[in-house]
Design a protein around this ligand. Structure first.
Ligand SMILES: C[S@@+](CC[C@H](N)C(=O)[O-])C[C@H]1O[C@@H](n2cnc3c(N)ncnc32)[C@H](O)[C@@H]1O
Length: 391
């Protein structure tokens, strides 16, 4: 059994190495015979045109680096995991996997992640970005590039961030079956996502799509439409108005990034009502549920966790988004929640992705009970989205 688990772990390492998604592998809990060896870090390098595993052996007072081609590296790791190291952590751009060995028993735990950059092995990270060209009118209009067509120093992070958004959203959109998916971005703001995604789909992925940004601030709508026209983005437009008043009929995807508080719920509701294949929201400010948690003040063993405002805030975020995910599940969506962009950009970094599969994944009554129990535990009377869904 433990041999199988070791092979499963090595399989994950191998595919991350082959797919250029390996960020780092760390082996710890050394109990072998080599004096002063503490841990090993492993990464991928390209040396003289050949891909290799680079091992850094950390000793008490020195580090030793050795590079190995794949078969040697896997043999070394196999033996290390079997007899010498009790734990290992694999980090990739798509998932983390932990390995824990206790005697003969091995436990693996895999956690999906998103929004992580791949590690460049050849210092060519910029070339790997989905949106490489910078001489685009919309980048200039959004203040990302300067007059010289180069990314402004103070906009490097923003450019990295919109590339990250494209990396996350493009595959989700491309998985939609419609020939020309209609994507509605609720609370579009200046439309960073919409311009970047449209540019990528139309000019890099060669995929037709229609994108509509819904925004209640008229000036942003007018600016967005002018920039879309100036960029020749015929399928991208911005519409004035509120999310709840927007008729989303026919939307294949409904997206809302950092639409404030319950505006996120309005977007989810519109997506469910339209039967969109994809609903993806990055919520922000979880005031509605926080207020109820403060007012409800349930006496539970979790009280101690809620004494400090910052932790109450985080609890409110988890509870709000957990209930959103459950309500989406109840409406026939498979949901996952993961980190969206690194919190170096914004602390509001959870993305709820819901894909419609037409059936309620689990027993409807079981989901309703879970919703009721969660609300009772945190003293919540009603989640705003429940009201919209008529529950
Ligand atoms: C924090 S900004 C985010 C903008 C954009 N989605 C982004 O991530 O860059 C939120 C935007 O949503 C808009 N908004 C908030 N509530 C809205 C509602 N109910 N209807 C339409 N727009 C809304 C605001 O005017 C604002 O431009």
């Amino acid at each position: 059994m433990s041999a199988e688990r070791i092979e499963e772990f090595l399989g994950a390492v191998k595919s991350a190495f082959a797919g250029n998604t390996l960020i780092k592998l760390k082996l710890g809990g050394y109990h072998g015979g080599e004096a002063d060896l503490k841990s090993i870090d492993v990464k991928k390098i390209v040396a003289k045109g050949a891909e290799k595993f680079s091992f850094t052996f950390h000793y008490k007072t020195r580090d030793i680096i050795k590079n190995h081609i794949q078969p040697e590296a896997l043999a070394l790791l196999r033996s290390a995991l079997k007899d010498e190291f009790r734990s290992a952590q694999l980090a990739t751009t798509a998932f983390d996997m932990s390995f824990e060995r206790n005697g003969d028993k091995v436990r693996l735990k895999r956690t999906e992640v998103a929004g992580r950059d791949s590690v460049s092995t050849e210092h060519n990270r910029a070339k790997n970005r989905p949106l490489a060209a910078t001489d685009k009118p919309y980048l200039h209009a959004l203040g990302i590039t300067g007059k010289d067509g180069q990314i402004r120093n103070d906009a490097q992070d923003k450019f990295r961030q919109i590339n990250k958004m494209v990396e996350i959203f493009a595959p989700l959109i491309q998985a939609i079956k419609a020939d020309k998916p209609r994507i509605v971005d609720m609370g579009a703001g200046k439309g960073y996502l919409d311009f970047a995604l449209y540019d990528y789909l139309a000019n890099v992925a060669n995929r037709s799509a229609e994108i509509v940004g819904v925004e209640m601030r008229d000036k942003l709508v007018a600016d967005g439409n002018a920039t879309a026209a100036g960029s020749g983005f015929d399928g991208l437009s911005f519409e004035p108005g509120t999310i709840l008043n927007y008729d989303a009929t026919g939307a294949d995807a409904v997206i809302a990034l950092h639409a404030c508080d319950t505006a996120t719920d309005d977007a989810i509701y519109k997506g469910i009502a339209a039967g969109a294949s994809l609903i993806a929201v990055a919520p922000c400010c979880h005031k509605q549920i926080r207020r109820q948690m403060e007012a409800g003040k349930p006496v539970t063993q979790l009280d101690v966790l809620l004494r400090h405002g910052i932790f109450l805030e985080r609890q409110a975020e988890m509870v709000t988004d957990t209930l959103r995910a459950l309500l989406l599940e109840l409406s026939g969506y498979r949901t996952k929640v993961f980190e969206f962009v690194s919190d170096a950009h914004t602390p509001k970094n959870n993305l709820i992705v819901a894909e419609k599969d037409g059936r309620v994944g689990r027993d409807r009554d079981a989901i309703l009970k879970q919703i009721a129990d969660t609300k009772a535990m945190f003293g919540i009377e009603q989640h705003y989205l429940e009201g919209l869904l008529g529950l």
